[in-house]
Design a protein around this ligand. Structure first.
Ligand code: NAP
Length: 542
Protein backbone atom coordinates (compact mmCIF):
# COMPACT_ATOMS: atom_id res chain seq x y z
CA UNK A 1 0.00 0.00 0.00
CA UNK A 2 1.50 3.31 -1.03
CA UNK A 3 1.84 6.12 1.50
CA UNK A 4 -0.13 8.60 -0.60
CA UNK A 5 0.58 12.18 0.43
CA UNK A 6 1.73 11.61 3.98
CA UNK A 7 3.57 14.24 5.99
CA UNK A 8 6.52 13.43 8.19
CA UNK A 9 9.24 15.14 10.10
CA UNK A 10 11.89 13.04 8.40
CA UNK A 11 12.23 10.61 5.54
CA UNK A 12 15.10 8.22 6.07
CA UNK A 13 16.45 6.46 3.00
CA UNK A 14 17.87 3.06 3.88
CA UNK A 15 17.42 0.67 6.80
CA UNK A 16 20.97 -0.51 7.33
CA UNK A 17 22.72 0.25 10.60
CA UNK A 18 22.59 4.01 9.92
CA UNK A 19 18.91 4.12 9.00
CA UNK A 20 17.98 1.90 11.93
CA UNK A 21 19.71 4.13 14.46
CA UNK A 22 18.21 7.22 12.82
CA UNK A 23 14.71 5.78 13.30
CA UNK A 24 15.43 5.00 16.95
CA UNK A 25 17.02 8.36 17.73
CA UNK A 26 14.51 10.61 15.96
CA UNK A 27 11.49 8.64 17.10
CA UNK A 28 12.63 8.99 20.71
CA UNK A 29 12.59 12.76 20.17
CA UNK A 30 8.90 12.52 19.33
CA UNK A 31 9.42 13.06 15.59
CA UNK A 32 7.43 11.28 12.91
CA UNK A 33 9.83 9.30 10.75
CA UNK A 34 9.69 6.60 8.14
CA UNK A 35 12.49 4.71 6.48
CA UNK A 36 12.28 3.39 2.93
CA UNK A 37 14.40 0.34 2.18
CA UNK A 38 14.80 -1.57 -1.07
CA UNK A 39 15.54 -4.89 0.65
CA UNK A 40 12.81 -6.89 2.36
CA UNK A 41 14.44 -6.58 5.76
CA UNK A 42 16.93 -4.52 7.73
CA UNK A 43 20.72 -4.84 7.59
CA UNK A 44 21.86 -2.83 4.55
CA UNK A 45 25.32 -3.99 3.51
CA UNK A 46 24.86 -7.14 5.59
CA UNK A 47 21.53 -7.85 3.97
CA UNK A 48 22.93 -7.69 0.43
CA UNK A 49 26.47 -9.02 0.78
CA UNK A 50 25.65 -12.64 1.57
CA UNK A 51 28.34 -14.10 -0.65
CA UNK A 52 30.25 -17.09 0.76
CA UNK A 53 32.99 -15.91 3.10
CA UNK A 54 31.47 -12.46 3.75
CA UNK A 55 32.84 -11.25 7.03
CA UNK A 56 33.50 -7.93 8.72
CA UNK A 57 37.09 -6.68 8.86
CA UNK A 58 36.48 -4.79 12.12
CA UNK A 59 36.29 -6.62 15.47
CA UNK A 60 32.68 -7.31 16.41
CA UNK A 61 33.16 -5.68 19.81
CA UNK A 62 33.87 -2.43 17.96
CA UNK A 63 31.45 -3.06 15.11
CA UNK A 64 28.32 -2.85 17.23
CA UNK A 65 26.01 -0.14 18.48
CA UNK A 66 27.00 1.79 21.59
CA UNK A 67 23.70 3.58 22.18
CA UNK A 68 22.06 1.07 24.49
CA UNK A 69 23.99 -0.56 27.38
CA UNK A 70 21.37 -3.30 27.76
CA UNK A 71 21.77 -4.25 24.13
CA UNK A 72 25.52 -4.52 24.68
CA UNK A 73 25.00 -6.80 27.65
CA UNK A 74 22.50 -9.15 26.04
CA UNK A 75 24.26 -9.72 22.71
CA UNK A 76 27.06 -12.30 22.60
CA UNK A 77 29.47 -12.02 19.69
CA UNK A 78 31.00 -15.38 18.89
CA UNK A 79 34.09 -14.45 16.87
CA UNK A 80 36.72 -11.71 16.80
CA UNK A 81 35.38 -10.64 13.41
CA UNK A 82 31.84 -11.74 12.81
CA UNK A 83 30.64 -13.38 9.63
CA UNK A 84 27.75 -11.90 7.64
CA UNK A 85 25.01 -14.17 9.08
CA UNK A 86 25.87 -13.16 12.64
CA UNK A 87 25.93 -9.44 11.82
CA UNK A 88 22.63 -9.71 9.97
CA UNK A 89 21.14 -11.58 12.96
CA UNK A 90 22.36 -8.72 15.18
CA UNK A 91 20.66 -6.15 12.91
CA UNK A 92 17.45 -8.18 13.02
CA UNK A 93 17.69 -8.49 16.79
CA UNK A 94 18.04 -4.70 17.11
CA UNK A 95 15.05 -4.19 14.80
CA UNK A 96 12.96 -6.55 16.95
CA UNK A 97 14.15 -5.21 20.27
CA UNK A 98 13.40 -1.58 19.45
CA UNK A 99 10.39 -2.34 17.24
CA UNK A 100 11.97 -0.51 14.32
CA UNK A 101 10.15 -2.29 11.50
CA UNK A 102 6.90 -0.47 12.20
CA UNK A 103 8.55 2.64 10.77
CA UNK A 104 10.19 0.96 7.79
CA UNK A 105 8.62 0.37 4.40
CA UNK A 106 10.53 -2.47 2.75
CA UNK A 107 10.96 -3.33 -0.92
CA UNK A 108 10.63 0.32 -1.74
CA UNK A 109 13.13 2.55 -3.54
CA UNK A 110 13.10 6.29 -3.13
CA UNK A 111 13.28 7.69 -6.65
CA UNK A 112 13.01 11.46 -6.33
CA UNK A 113 13.43 14.02 -3.56
CA UNK A 114 12.75 17.64 -4.47
CA UNK A 115 12.94 20.51 -2.00
CA UNK A 116 9.92 22.76 -2.31
CA UNK A 117 10.90 26.36 -1.61
CA UNK A 118 7.39 27.53 -0.71
CA UNK A 119 6.71 24.93 2.00
CA UNK A 120 10.41 24.42 2.78
CA UNK A 121 9.80 20.69 2.76
CA UNK A 122 11.15 17.75 0.84
CA UNK A 123 8.73 16.10 -1.56
CA UNK A 124 9.72 12.49 -1.92
CA UNK A 125 8.43 9.81 -4.28
CA UNK A 126 9.10 6.09 -4.45
CA UNK A 127 8.90 3.36 -7.06
CA UNK A 128 5.71 2.14 -5.34
CA UNK A 129 3.83 5.38 -5.87
CA UNK A 130 4.35 6.86 -2.39
CA UNK A 131 4.37 10.64 -2.14
CA UNK A 132 5.74 11.92 1.11
CA UNK A 133 6.39 15.42 2.40
CA UNK A 134 9.01 15.82 5.07
CA UNK A 135 10.96 18.58 6.75
CA UNK A 136 14.18 16.60 6.61
CA UNK A 137 15.69 14.12 4.18
CA UNK A 138 18.21 11.76 5.72
CA UNK A 139 20.24 9.72 3.26
CA UNK A 140 21.34 6.66 5.22
CA UNK A 141 22.21 4.84 2.01
CA UNK A 142 25.70 3.64 2.84
CA UNK A 143 29.02 4.25 1.14
CA UNK A 144 29.26 0.91 -0.64
CA UNK A 145 25.77 0.02 -1.75
CA UNK A 146 25.50 0.86 -5.43
CA UNK A 147 26.85 -2.34 -6.99
CA UNK A 148 29.17 -1.89 -9.97
CA UNK A 149 28.83 -4.39 -12.81
CA UNK A 150 31.20 -3.47 -15.65
CA UNK A 151 29.50 -3.26 -19.02
CA UNK A 152 31.05 -6.25 -20.74
CA UNK A 153 29.81 -6.85 -24.25
CA UNK A 154 27.69 -9.98 -24.49
CA UNK A 155 26.91 -10.28 -20.78
CA UNK A 156 23.20 -10.66 -21.55
CA UNK A 157 23.95 -13.62 -23.82
CA UNK A 158 25.60 -15.72 -21.12
CA UNK A 159 23.50 -18.84 -20.54
CA UNK A 160 24.77 -19.59 -17.05
CA UNK A 161 23.90 -17.86 -13.79
CA UNK A 162 25.34 -14.41 -13.04
CA UNK A 163 25.85 -13.09 -9.51
CA UNK A 164 27.23 -9.94 -7.91
CA UNK A 165 28.76 -10.28 -4.44
CA UNK A 166 26.89 -7.15 -3.36
CA UNK A 167 23.51 -8.56 -4.47
CA UNK A 168 23.84 -12.17 -3.38
CA UNK A 169 20.65 -14.28 -3.51
CA UNK A 170 18.99 -14.76 -0.15
CA UNK A 171 18.61 -18.49 -0.65
CA UNK A 172 22.36 -18.91 -1.27
CA UNK A 173 24.03 -20.56 -4.24
CA UNK A 174 25.13 -24.16 -4.61
CA UNK A 175 28.21 -24.21 -6.84
CA UNK A 176 28.91 -27.92 -6.46
CA UNK A 177 29.85 -29.56 -9.73
CA UNK A 178 30.02 -26.20 -11.53
CA UNK A 179 32.72 -24.37 -13.45
CA UNK A 180 32.64 -20.95 -11.84
CA UNK A 181 34.38 -17.75 -12.93
CA UNK A 182 34.93 -14.78 -10.63
CA UNK A 183 35.95 -11.31 -11.77
CA UNK A 184 37.56 -9.11 -9.15
CA UNK A 185 40.10 -9.49 -6.37
CA UNK A 186 39.12 -6.75 -3.93
CA UNK A 187 37.90 -7.47 -0.38
CA UNK A 188 34.78 -9.27 -1.64
CA UNK A 189 36.55 -11.45 -4.20
CA UNK A 190 39.36 -12.29 -1.80
CA UNK A 191 36.83 -13.45 0.82
CA UNK A 192 34.68 -15.37 -1.65
CA UNK A 193 37.42 -17.13 -3.66
CA UNK A 194 38.55 -19.64 -0.97
CA UNK A 195 34.93 -20.54 -0.18
CA UNK A 196 33.77 -20.94 -3.78
CA UNK A 197 36.91 -22.94 -4.57
CA UNK A 198 35.89 -25.43 -1.88
CA UNK A 199 32.44 -25.96 -3.45
CA UNK A 200 32.93 -25.62 -7.18
CA UNK A 201 34.23 -28.23 -9.59
CA UNK A 202 36.56 -25.55 -10.92
CA UNK A 203 37.11 -21.87 -10.16
CA UNK A 204 38.69 -19.46 -12.65
CA UNK A 205 39.79 -16.19 -11.05
CA UNK A 206 40.00 -13.21 -13.42
CA UNK A 207 42.41 -10.77 -11.77
CA UNK A 208 43.05 -7.28 -13.14
CA UNK A 209 45.16 -5.93 -10.25
CA UNK A 210 46.81 -8.13 -7.61
CA UNK A 211 45.97 -6.90 -4.11
CA UNK A 212 47.80 -6.58 -0.80
CA UNK A 213 45.86 -8.77 1.61
CA UNK A 214 46.74 -9.88 5.12
CA UNK A 215 45.62 -13.01 6.96
CA UNK A 216 42.71 -12.20 9.30
CA UNK A 217 43.73 -14.55 12.12
CA UNK A 218 40.10 -14.69 13.12
CA UNK A 219 39.15 -16.82 16.14
CA UNK A 220 36.25 -17.52 18.49
CA UNK A 221 35.79 -15.16 21.44
CA UNK A 222 35.97 -16.88 24.80
CA UNK A 223 33.28 -16.48 27.46
CA UNK A 224 35.89 -14.88 29.75
CA UNK A 225 36.87 -12.35 27.13
CA UNK A 226 33.25 -11.44 26.45
CA UNK A 227 32.48 -11.09 30.14
CA UNK A 228 35.47 -8.80 30.53
CA UNK A 229 34.42 -6.70 27.54
CA UNK A 230 30.90 -6.41 28.95
CA UNK A 231 32.30 -5.04 32.19
CA UNK A 232 34.27 -2.44 30.28
CA UNK A 233 31.98 -1.44 27.42
CA UNK A 234 31.68 2.18 28.61
CA UNK A 235 35.46 2.65 28.61
CA UNK A 236 35.72 0.88 25.24
CA UNK A 237 33.11 3.21 23.73
CA UNK A 238 34.82 6.27 25.18
CA UNK A 239 38.16 5.12 23.76
CA UNK A 240 36.53 4.54 20.37
CA UNK A 241 35.15 8.08 20.36
CA UNK A 242 38.63 9.41 21.05
CA UNK A 243 40.47 7.27 18.55
CA UNK A 244 41.63 7.72 14.98
CA UNK A 245 39.50 5.03 13.39
CA UNK A 246 37.10 3.83 16.09
CA UNK A 247 38.73 0.40 16.40
CA UNK A 248 40.05 -0.28 19.88
CA UNK A 249 38.81 -3.73 20.99
CA UNK A 250 41.21 -4.65 23.77
CA UNK A 251 43.72 -7.45 23.62
CA UNK A 252 42.89 -8.76 20.17
CA UNK A 253 46.34 -7.96 18.87
CA UNK A 254 45.81 -6.96 15.26
CA UNK A 255 45.55 -4.01 12.94
CA UNK A 256 44.81 -0.75 14.67
CA UNK A 257 43.16 -2.34 17.69
CA UNK A 258 44.51 -3.16 21.10
CA UNK A 259 47.78 -4.06 19.38
CA UNK A 260 50.80 -1.89 20.10
CA UNK A 261 51.05 0.76 17.40
CA UNK A 262 53.95 0.24 14.99
CA UNK A 263 57.14 2.02 16.01
CA UNK A 264 59.94 0.46 13.93
CA UNK A 265 61.35 1.79 10.67
CA UNK A 266 61.71 -0.66 7.81
CA UNK A 267 64.46 1.47 6.32
CA UNK A 268 66.60 0.70 9.36
CA UNK A 269 66.38 -3.08 8.87
CA UNK A 270 68.66 -5.32 6.83
CA UNK A 271 67.48 -7.77 4.23
CA UNK A 272 68.46 -10.61 6.52
CA UNK A 273 66.41 -9.16 9.39
CA UNK A 274 63.40 -8.81 7.13
CA UNK A 275 63.76 -12.42 5.99
CA UNK A 276 63.91 -13.57 9.60
CA UNK A 277 60.79 -11.55 10.43
CA UNK A 278 58.94 -13.19 7.56
CA UNK A 279 60.06 -16.59 8.85
CA UNK A 280 58.68 -15.78 12.29
CA UNK A 281 55.57 -13.74 11.55
CA UNK A 282 54.68 -14.09 7.88
CA UNK A 283 52.74 -11.21 6.30
CA UNK A 284 52.02 -9.72 9.74
CA UNK A 285 55.68 -8.70 10.05
CA UNK A 286 54.97 -5.80 7.69
CA UNK A 287 52.66 -4.27 10.27
CA UNK A 288 55.59 -3.54 12.58
CA UNK A 289 56.80 -0.59 10.57
CA UNK A 290 55.66 2.97 10.95
CA UNK A 291 57.56 4.50 8.00
CA UNK A 292 55.76 2.27 5.49
CA UNK A 293 52.68 4.52 5.58
CA UNK A 294 54.58 7.80 5.31
CA UNK A 295 57.54 7.17 3.02
CA UNK A 296 57.26 5.74 -0.50
CA UNK A 297 60.80 4.30 -0.38
CA UNK A 298 60.02 2.49 2.88
CA UNK A 299 56.74 1.39 1.36
CA UNK A 300 58.48 -0.18 -1.63
CA UNK A 301 60.76 -2.15 0.72
CA UNK A 302 57.62 -3.43 2.45
CA UNK A 303 56.07 -4.28 -0.93
CA UNK A 304 59.14 -6.34 -1.79
CA UNK A 305 58.88 -8.10 1.57
CA UNK A 306 55.21 -8.75 0.80
CA UNK A 307 56.03 -10.25 -2.60
CA UNK A 308 58.62 -12.53 -1.00
CA UNK A 309 55.97 -13.83 1.35
CA UNK A 310 53.55 -14.48 -1.54
CA UNK A 311 56.22 -16.63 -3.17
CA UNK A 312 56.60 -18.59 0.06
CA UNK A 313 52.87 -19.36 0.27
CA UNK A 314 52.03 -20.03 -3.38
CA UNK A 315 53.58 -23.23 -4.71
CA UNK A 316 53.63 -22.50 -8.44
CA UNK A 317 56.20 -19.74 -9.14
CA UNK A 318 54.33 -18.48 -12.22
CA UNK A 319 51.05 -18.15 -10.29
CA UNK A 320 52.88 -16.53 -7.38
CA UNK A 321 54.41 -13.98 -9.73
CA UNK A 322 50.97 -13.08 -11.09
CA UNK A 323 49.62 -12.63 -7.55
CA UNK A 324 52.34 -10.17 -6.55
CA UNK A 325 51.16 -6.57 -6.46
CA UNK A 326 53.50 -4.09 -8.15
CA UNK A 327 53.48 -0.45 -9.08
CA UNK A 328 51.33 0.90 -6.26
CA UNK A 329 51.96 1.22 -2.53
CA UNK A 330 50.63 -0.82 0.36
CA UNK A 331 48.00 1.32 2.08
CA UNK A 332 46.80 3.00 -1.10
CA UNK A 333 43.64 0.94 -1.23
CA UNK A 334 41.37 -0.19 1.56
CA UNK A 335 43.28 -2.89 3.52
CA UNK A 336 42.07 -6.37 2.71
CA UNK A 337 42.09 -9.27 5.12
CA UNK A 338 41.59 -12.88 4.19
CA UNK A 339 41.34 -16.45 5.32
CA UNK A 340 43.51 -18.74 3.23
CA UNK A 341 43.46 -16.61 0.08
CA UNK A 342 46.90 -17.29 -1.36
CA UNK A 343 46.76 -20.94 -0.25
CA UNK A 344 43.66 -21.33 -2.45
CA UNK A 345 45.84 -20.97 -5.55
CA UNK A 346 47.62 -24.20 -4.54
CA UNK A 347 44.41 -26.14 -5.20
CA UNK A 348 44.13 -28.21 -8.37
CA UNK A 349 40.67 -26.82 -9.15
CA UNK A 350 41.69 -23.13 -9.19
CA UNK A 351 43.12 -21.23 -12.17
CA UNK A 352 44.34 -17.65 -12.03
CA UNK A 353 43.97 -15.53 -15.15
CA UNK A 354 46.10 -12.40 -15.06
CA UNK A 355 44.13 -9.91 -17.12
CA UNK A 356 47.23 -7.74 -17.47
CA UNK A 357 48.40 -10.38 -19.94
CA UNK A 358 45.22 -10.05 -22.01
CA UNK A 359 41.98 -8.47 -20.86
CA UNK A 360 38.37 -9.59 -21.05
CA UNK A 361 37.07 -8.98 -24.56
CA UNK A 362 33.48 -10.08 -24.09
CA UNK A 363 31.19 -12.51 -22.35
CA UNK A 364 29.92 -15.30 -24.57
CA UNK A 365 26.99 -17.70 -24.24
CA UNK A 366 29.28 -20.20 -22.54
CA UNK A 367 31.94 -18.21 -20.75
CA UNK A 368 34.49 -15.41 -20.83
CA UNK A 369 36.51 -14.52 -23.92
CA UNK A 370 39.82 -12.89 -23.10
CA UNK A 371 42.77 -11.96 -25.26
CA UNK A 372 44.36 -15.10 -23.78
CA UNK A 373 41.61 -17.46 -24.82
CA UNK A 374 38.10 -18.56 -23.96
CA UNK A 375 37.11 -19.91 -20.55
CA UNK A 376 34.03 -22.15 -20.37
CA UNK A 377 31.84 -21.45 -17.35
CA UNK A 378 28.53 -22.48 -15.81
CA UNK A 379 28.34 -19.48 -13.48
CA UNK A 380 29.94 -16.05 -13.35
CA UNK A 381 30.46 -14.02 -10.18
CA UNK A 382 31.08 -10.29 -10.29
CA UNK A 383 33.16 -9.19 -7.30
CA UNK A 384 33.63 -5.86 -9.02
CA UNK A 385 32.74 -3.54 -6.18
CA UNK A 386 30.63 -0.44 -5.94
CA UNK A 387 30.13 3.06 -7.23
CA UNK A 388 31.46 4.08 -3.85
CA UNK A 389 30.61 7.05 -1.67
CA UNK A 390 28.53 8.98 -4.22
CA UNK A 391 26.62 6.28 -6.13
CA UNK A 392 23.90 5.74 -3.56
CA UNK A 393 23.16 9.48 -3.26
CA UNK A 394 23.12 10.05 -7.00
CA UNK A 395 20.86 7.03 -7.42
CA UNK A 396 18.07 9.28 -6.12
CA UNK A 397 17.08 12.33 -8.17
CA UNK A 398 17.80 14.91 -5.46
CA UNK A 399 16.93 18.52 -6.32
CA UNK A 400 17.25 21.69 -4.29
CA UNK A 401 14.91 24.72 -4.21
CA UNK A 402 15.78 26.02 -7.69
CA UNK A 403 15.46 22.61 -9.30
CA UNK A 404 19.24 22.35 -8.95
CA UNK A 405 20.37 18.72 -8.99
CA UNK A 406 22.86 17.04 -6.69
CA UNK A 407 24.30 15.38 -9.80
CA UNK A 408 25.17 18.79 -11.29
CA UNK A 409 26.47 20.09 -7.97
CA UNK A 410 28.86 17.12 -7.84
CA UNK A 411 29.82 16.95 -11.52
CA UNK A 412 33.46 17.75 -10.70
CA UNK A 413 33.45 15.50 -7.63
CA UNK A 414 31.39 15.55 -4.45
CA UNK A 415 31.43 18.72 -2.36
CA UNK A 416 29.98 18.71 1.14
CA UNK A 417 30.30 20.51 4.42
CA UNK A 418 31.52 17.93 6.98
CA UNK A 419 30.31 15.14 4.71
CA UNK A 420 26.93 15.79 6.34
CA UNK A 421 25.35 18.57 4.33
CA UNK A 422 25.52 20.10 0.85
CA UNK A 423 25.27 23.78 -0.09
CA UNK A 424 22.15 24.33 -2.19
CA UNK A 425 20.24 21.50 -0.51
CA UNK A 426 18.58 22.67 2.72
CA UNK A 427 17.54 20.13 5.33
CA UNK A 428 19.37 17.33 3.55
CA UNK A 429 21.63 15.20 5.73
CA UNK A 430 24.07 12.64 4.36
CA UNK A 431 25.08 9.94 6.80
CA UNK A 432 28.81 9.21 6.38
CA UNK A 433 28.89 11.14 3.13
CA UNK A 434 31.98 12.06 1.09
CA UNK A 435 34.08 14.49 3.12
CA UNK A 436 33.46 12.61 6.38
CA UNK A 437 35.80 9.95 7.84
CA UNK A 438 33.27 7.20 6.97
CA UNK A 439 35.03 4.37 5.14
CA UNK A 440 38.41 5.17 6.71
CA UNK A 441 36.90 4.42 10.12
CA UNK A 442 34.69 1.90 11.86
CA UNK A 443 31.38 2.72 10.20
CA UNK A 444 29.40 1.99 13.36
CA UNK A 445 31.20 4.71 15.30
CA UNK A 446 30.98 7.20 12.45
CA UNK A 447 27.33 6.44 11.81
CA UNK A 448 26.28 6.93 15.41
CA UNK A 449 28.23 10.18 15.63
CA UNK A 450 26.56 11.49 12.46
CA UNK A 451 23.06 10.59 13.54
CA UNK A 452 23.59 12.07 16.99
CA UNK A 453 24.83 15.26 15.32
CA UNK A 454 21.77 15.37 13.02
CA UNK A 455 19.36 14.64 15.89
CA UNK A 456 20.91 17.38 18.05
CA UNK A 457 20.75 19.76 15.10
CA UNK A 458 17.04 19.08 14.56
CA UNK A 459 16.41 19.54 18.31
CA UNK A 460 18.30 22.84 18.19
CA UNK A 461 16.17 23.98 15.25
CA UNK A 462 12.92 22.92 16.87
CA UNK A 463 13.79 24.68 20.12
CA UNK A 464 14.23 27.91 18.18
CA UNK A 465 11.46 27.33 15.66
CA UNK A 466 13.91 27.32 12.78
CA UNK A 467 12.70 25.70 9.57
CA UNK A 468 15.80 25.19 7.53
CA UNK A 469 19.52 24.66 7.71
CA UNK A 470 21.93 24.90 4.82
CA UNK A 471 25.71 24.91 4.54
CA UNK A 472 27.17 28.12 3.14
CA UNK A 473 29.19 27.93 -0.04
CA UNK A 474 32.24 29.37 1.75
CA UNK A 475 32.12 26.84 4.58
CA UNK A 476 31.73 24.01 2.07
CA UNK A 477 34.66 25.19 -0.06
CA UNK A 478 36.83 25.52 3.05
CA UNK A 479 35.88 22.00 4.16
CA UNK A 480 36.62 20.52 0.72
CA UNK A 481 40.03 22.19 0.94
CA UNK A 482 40.61 20.79 4.43
CA UNK A 483 39.70 17.27 3.22
CA UNK A 484 42.22 17.69 0.39
CA UNK A 485 44.96 19.02 2.63
CA UNK A 486 44.78 16.20 5.18
CA UNK A 487 44.89 13.57 2.45
CA UNK A 488 48.14 14.89 0.96
CA UNK A 489 51.23 12.82 1.65
CA UNK A 490 49.22 9.72 2.55
CA UNK A 491 49.49 6.49 0.58
CA UNK A 492 45.84 6.99 -0.41
CA UNK A 493 46.76 9.83 -2.72
CA UNK A 494 50.11 8.51 -3.96
CA UNK A 495 50.43 9.26 -7.70
CA UNK A 496 50.30 5.56 -8.64
CA UNK A 497 47.28 4.83 -6.45
CA UNK A 498 43.95 3.98 -8.11
CA UNK A 499 41.23 3.15 -5.63
CA UNK A 500 37.53 3.49 -5.13
CA UNK A 501 38.34 6.17 -2.51
CA UNK A 502 39.32 8.23 -5.57
CA UNK A 503 36.48 7.02 -7.77
CA UNK A 504 39.13 5.38 -9.98
CA UNK A 505 37.16 2.09 -10.22
CA UNK A 506 34.30 3.64 -12.18
CA UNK A 507 35.06 4.62 -15.80
CA UNK A 508 34.51 8.37 -16.28
CA UNK A 509 34.12 9.19 -12.57
CA UNK A 510 35.94 12.36 -11.51
CA UNK A 511 39.13 11.56 -9.62
CA UNK A 512 38.79 13.14 -6.18
CA UNK A 513 39.86 11.67 -2.85
CA UNK A 514 36.49 11.48 -1.11
CA UNK A 515 36.81 10.53 2.57
CA UNK A 516 38.20 12.80 5.32
CA UNK A 517 41.49 11.28 6.45
CA UNK A 518 42.23 13.48 9.46
CA UNK A 519 40.98 10.84 11.89
CA UNK A 520 37.67 10.26 13.65
CA UNK A 521 38.47 12.10 16.88
CA UNK A 522 39.65 15.25 15.09
CA UNK A 523 36.57 15.17 12.91
CA UNK A 524 34.22 14.68 15.85
CA UNK A 525 35.81 17.58 17.70
CA UNK A 526 35.48 19.79 14.59
CA UNK A 527 31.78 18.92 14.38
CA UNK A 528 31.35 19.79 18.06
CA UNK A 529 33.26 23.08 17.72
CA UNK A 530 31.04 24.08 14.81
CA UNK A 531 27.95 23.45 16.92
CA UNK A 532 29.44 25.30 19.91
CA UNK A 533 30.09 28.27 17.63
CA UNK A 534 26.36 28.44 16.83
CA UNK A 535 26.41 26.15 13.78
CA UNK A 536 29.25 28.02 12.17
CA UNK A 537 29.17 27.75 8.38
CA UNK A 538 25.44 27.11 8.25
CA UNK A 539 22.54 29.40 7.47
CA UNK A 540 19.63 28.66 9.78
CA UNK A 541 16.33 30.23 8.75
CA UNK A 542 13.02 30.71 10.53
P1 NAP B 1 36.70 -3.43 -4.95
O1 NAP B 1 37.63 -3.32 -3.82
O2 NAP B 1 36.37 -2.21 -5.72
O3 NAP B 1 37.29 -4.55 -5.92
C1 NAP B 1 36.72 -4.75 -7.17
C2 NAP B 1 37.57 -5.71 -7.94
O4 NAP B 1 36.98 -5.88 -9.22
C3 NAP B 1 38.99 -5.23 -8.18
O5 NAP B 1 39.86 -6.31 -8.14
C4 NAP B 1 38.91 -4.63 -9.57
O6 NAP B 1 40.13 -4.59 -10.25
C5 NAP B 1 37.96 -5.62 -10.22
N1 NAP B 1 37.31 -5.04 -11.38
C6 NAP B 1 36.47 -3.99 -11.43
N2 NAP B 1 36.09 -3.74 -12.69
C7 NAP B 1 36.72 -4.65 -13.46
C8 NAP B 1 36.76 -4.90 -14.86
N3 NAP B 1 36.08 -4.14 -15.72
N4 NAP B 1 37.51 -5.92 -15.29
C9 NAP B 1 38.21 -6.69 -14.44
N5 NAP B 1 38.23 -6.49 -13.11
C10 NAP B 1 37.50 -5.48 -12.63
O7 NAP B 1 35.28 -4.04 -4.50
P2 NAP B 1 34.96 -5.03 -3.29
O8 NAP B 1 35.91 -6.15 -3.27
O9 NAP B 1 33.53 -5.33 -3.36
O10 NAP B 1 35.24 -4.17 -2.02
C11 NAP B 1 34.76 -2.84 -1.90
C12 NAP B 1 34.87 -2.40 -0.47
O11 NAP B 1 33.81 -2.99 0.27
C13 NAP B 1 36.12 -2.83 0.24
O12 NAP B 1 37.23 -2.06 -0.08
C14 NAP B 1 35.68 -2.71 1.69
O13 NAP B 1 35.69 -1.38 2.11
C15 NAP B 1 34.24 -3.19 1.60
N6 NAP B 1 34.22 -4.63 1.91
C16 NAP B 1 34.57 -4.98 3.18
C17 NAP B 1 34.61 -6.30 3.51
C18 NAP B 1 34.98 -6.64 4.90
O14 NAP B 1 34.57 -6.00 5.84
N7 NAP B 1 35.77 -7.62 5.09
C19 NAP B 1 34.31 -7.27 2.59
C20 NAP B 1 33.97 -6.88 1.30
C21 NAP B 1 33.93 -5.55 0.98
P3 NAP B 1 41.07 -3.28 -10.15
O15 NAP B 1 41.70 -3.34 -8.81
O16 NAP B 1 41.99 -3.44 -11.28
O17 NAP B 1 40.16 -2.08 -10.30
Amino acid sequence: MADQNIELDAVIVGAGFAGMYAIYRLRNMGLSVRAYERGDDVGGTWYWNRYPGARCDVPSIDYSYSFDPDLEQEWNWTEIMAAQPEILAYAQHVADRFDLRRDIQFETEVETAHFDEASRRWQVTTNRGDRIEARFLIMATGSLSQANTPEFEGLDTFKGAVYHTGRWPKEGVDFSGQRVGIIGTGSSGIQAIPEIARDAAHLTVFQRTPNYTMPAHNAPLSAEYLADVKRHYREIRETQRNSLVGIVAPGLGFGGSGATPPTENILETTEEERRRLLDEEGFAAIRRFVDVMTDLTANEVACEMYRQQVSRVVDDPETAEKLMPRGYPIGCKRPVIDTGYFETFNRDNVTLIDLQQGSIERITETGVQTAQGHFELDALVFATGFDAMTGSYLGVDIRGPSDNTLRDAWHAGPKTYLGLTVHGFPNLFLITGPGSPSVLTNMMVSTEQHIDWVADCIAHMDDRQLRSIEATDEAQEAWVEEVNIVSRGTMHTAPTCNSWYLGANIPGKTRVFMPYSGGFVTYRERCEEIVAAGYEGFTLSP
